[in-house]
Design a protein around this ligand. Structure first.
Ligand code: SF4
Ligand code: MG
Length: 323
């Protein structure tokens, strides 16, 4: 079957005022299948948000291709572009970014429907706002109030209602729970999981929280300094991470049990170093300065992303293909 979304060799660069070039994404390739939840993980600055923004056509790639249902992303002021804008919605880290403070909650949710669902009548849209508020666990009376009257968790629920409003197929979620209190995060993640199942949605879930990603995602893509280093199904990735960077990320994951957490901290490799600047990425495998397995070749040659088993791709010179 044709994937819902296909990204091929996507590279994005930004020219800074200083005259330097920031290579935000390099040769990124992956597909998203209809109905799945794909996690995108990596440290901040690794290109996660740039990837989200490329899919939303907020930045234009230096080269590479993005295909939606087998066709290049539409451009211009065309019907195809309106269809795409309806089909792909987003949820951001700070829900207030998506909500106009001068609009009531009802208007915030209604706005994308008026813009993108011209075929829906006023009464229909009004009913739908009530349904959406209830679907995200809020009361329909809240439609008359303003975003600032709500907590962070409630605002994110409103943001989710707004994203769902036009009946999208794909929702790009960029760190949707990172700004929320830990106590609220689980509720919002469960809400997303329930909505995903009920509406047959496809989710692209960007996060640096590997615990949340394990809970929600079917597959996971790991980014390091703008490159894909590993893609695998969630169970295999967490059980047997293959790329040295994925292993490092998983080692850095805190454990819920305090005794285990103490043991983990005692074992963690010291001196793995900081993320290098994306303005001046290391040659060869960009991970080599931090990699415990690095060899001479790693400083010279960029490892290609290779299929190592049915459900896994890894970009490391020393990962062997498995039967
Ligand atoms: Fe480490 Fe070399 Fe593999 Fe890069 S290619 S992850 S430096 S072993
Ligand atoms: Mg980001």
């Amino acid at each position: 079957a044709t994937p819902l979304l296909s990204v091929q060799n996507l590279s994005v660069q930004f020219c800074l005022n200083s005259g330097q070039t920031l290579q935000a994404l390099s040769e990124v390739s992956f597909t998203v299948n209809s109905g799945e939840t794909l996690g995108i993980v990596g440290e901040s600055g690794c290109g996660k948000s740039t990837l989200a923004r490329s899919l939303l056509q907020l930045v234009s790639p230096a080269h590479g291709r993005i295909e939606w249902q087998g066709m290049p992303l539409p451009t211009g002021n065309t019907a195809a572009l309106r269809d795409y804008r309806r089909a792909v919605q987003c949820i951001f880290q700070d829900p207030l970014d998506a909500l106009d403070p001068r609009m009531t909650v009802g208007d915030c949710i209604q706005e994308p429907m008026s813009a993108l669902r011209a075929e829906w009548g006023k009464a229909e849209i009004r009913t739908r706002v009530d349904e959406l508020l209830r679907a995200v666990g809020l009361e329909s009376a809240m439609r008359e109030r303003y975003p600032h009257e709500f907590s962070g968790g409630q605002c994110q629920r409103i943001g989710i209602a707004r994203a769902l409003a036009v009946k999208p197929q794909l929702i790009v979620c960029d760190e949707p729970v990172s700004a929320l209190d830990v106590s609220i995060r689980g509720q919002v993640v469960r809400l997303l999981a329930d909505l995903q199942r009920e509406h047959g949605l496809t989710l692209l879930f960007i996060s640096h929280d590997l615990g949340v990603v394990r809970e929600l995602c079917n597959r996971v893509l790991v980014l390091y300094l703008g490159r894909v280093v590993e893609i695998a199904d969630t169970a295999s990735l967490y059980a047997t991470p293959q790329h040295p960077y994925t292993r490092l990320l998983l080692q850095a994951m805190p454990l819920p049990d305090p005794q285990q957490e103490k043991a983990r901290l005692a074992q963690i490799e010291i001196g793995v170093g900081e993320l290098p600047s994306p303005l001046n990425p290391p040659a060869g495998c960009a991970f080599h300065p931090r990699c415990p397995q690095a060899q001479a070749v790693c400083r010279e040659q960029v490892p290609a992303l290779r299929q190592v088993s049915d459900h896994r791709q890894v970009a490391c010179h020393f990962t062997l293909a498995q039967a």
